[in-house]
Ligand binder design. Structure first.
Ligand code: NAD
Length: 316
């Protein structure tokens, strides 16, 4: 063993073993970045193709979630929605008797990066707390590009102690790591941001359509609004009208980017959260209605394709 090998081995030995469950568009590149940072990984996914990719990258593959966490000090999940997160951690009866939490030793750090309802995150956190397990809700922003580049933003809810413990691990997958508050706060902050993004995207599409239908050029109008008080993130880096900007989904038939069905999911989570505490979100409601309608035919197109709700020709 040369010096570099022995340093790498020491480095690995000082790092916790991680179980990573959910290796989809986001989870797979996140897990790969943990491997690159020198962590030992045991992975699990219901899809064999997903685990194969990680095996090739150097992870060990478990046959089921319980085997995945057998030697883990840290568990990370990146699952589609609350339903899968509740079922994995609490079990089918949601009484926390046959789920993963019941199989973890005290002191295990559990990080769920899926985007789910804050109420579901708090439910898992409450059971984890009873068992002496540290739970963090840590949804991400930055999409698949950020997951691949290791530049995700993590928006974390949970105790400061658990947050501090998680920092080096999250830094291997992300750039900006925010502590939003207690359990559930990560999910709340994430859906506040995405509700605003959905509103900004529909509003920008609406304004551009009004101008174009009045004979204006979409790029000229966008440049004017960009230097005026309507300026916002979508005009700066993600214009929804084709050929106004290069290298954005709208100029490539709305391929790639952030799928409309994921924006619809996040908007509906925002409405659910608002309903639970009886807060009015009229703009969020209208944006949700538009996305609910839009995804019927465009679920896999980037969310900027909401432009087509105003002008169908942009899809040609
Ligand atoms: P995805 O559907 O690509 O991946 C989910 C993975 O979980 C799949 O590989 C699936 O096989 C696996 N899975 C499902 N049920 C399982 C179970 N019971 N046990 C083990 N594995 C299971 O989803 P994604 O795009 O990677 O998104 C994951 C989460 O991140 C979602 O909550 C999403 O809202 C959020 N998110 C996604 C993006 C994005 O751009 N894709 C951006 C930010 C946040």
């Amino acid at each position: 063993m040369n010096m570099t090998d022995s340093t790498a081995a020491q480095n690995k030995a000082s790092k916790p073993n991680i179980a990573f469950i959910g290796l989809g568009h986001m989870g797979a590149p996140m897990a790969e970045n943990l491997l690159k940072a020198g962590y030992s990984l045991m992975v699990y996914d219901i899809s064999a193709a997903a685990t194969e990719r990680l095996q090739q990258a150097g992870a060990n593959v478990a046959a089921n979630p319980k085997m995945a966490v057998a030697n883990a000090q840290v568990v990370i999940t990146m699952l589609p929605a609350g339903e899968q997160v509740l079922s994995i951690y609490l079990g089918e009866d949601e009484q926390a008797t046959d789920g993963l939490l019941a199989n973890l030793p005290q002191g295990t750090l559990v990080i769920d990066s899926s985007t789910i309802a804050a109420s579901d995150a708090r439910k898992v956190a409450k059971e984890a707390d009873k068992l002496g397990i540290d739970f963090l809700d840590a949804p991400v922003s930055g999409g698949t590009g950020g997951a691949i580049a290791g530049s995700l933003t993590f928006i974390v809810g949970g105790s400061l102690e658990a947050f501090t413990k998680a920092q080096p691990i999250l830094k291997s997958m992300g750039k900006n790591i925010f502590h939003a508050g207690a359990n559930g706060a990560g999910q709340v902050a994430k859906i506040c941001n995405n509700m605003l993004l959905g509103i900004l995207m529909t509003g920008t599409a609406e304004a551009i359509n009004l101008g174009v239908k009045n004979g204006l050029d979409a790029k000229v109008l966008s440049d004017i609004m960009l230097q005026s008080s309507g300026r916002n993130w979508t005009l700066e880096v993600y214009n929804p009208y084709p050929q106004v900007m290069e290298n954005v989904p709208s100029s490539h038939h709305y391929k790639g980017g952030f799928m409309s069905k994921l924006m619809q999911k996040d908007l509906n989570l925002a409405l659910q959260t608002a309903k639970e505490i009886q807060v009015e979100t009229p703009m969020g409601q209208r944006a949700t209605q538009l996305y609910d309608e839009h995804v019927k035919e465009n679920d896999n197109k980037d969310f900027s394709s909401i432009m087509a709700m105003y002008d169908k020709s942009v899809l040609n």
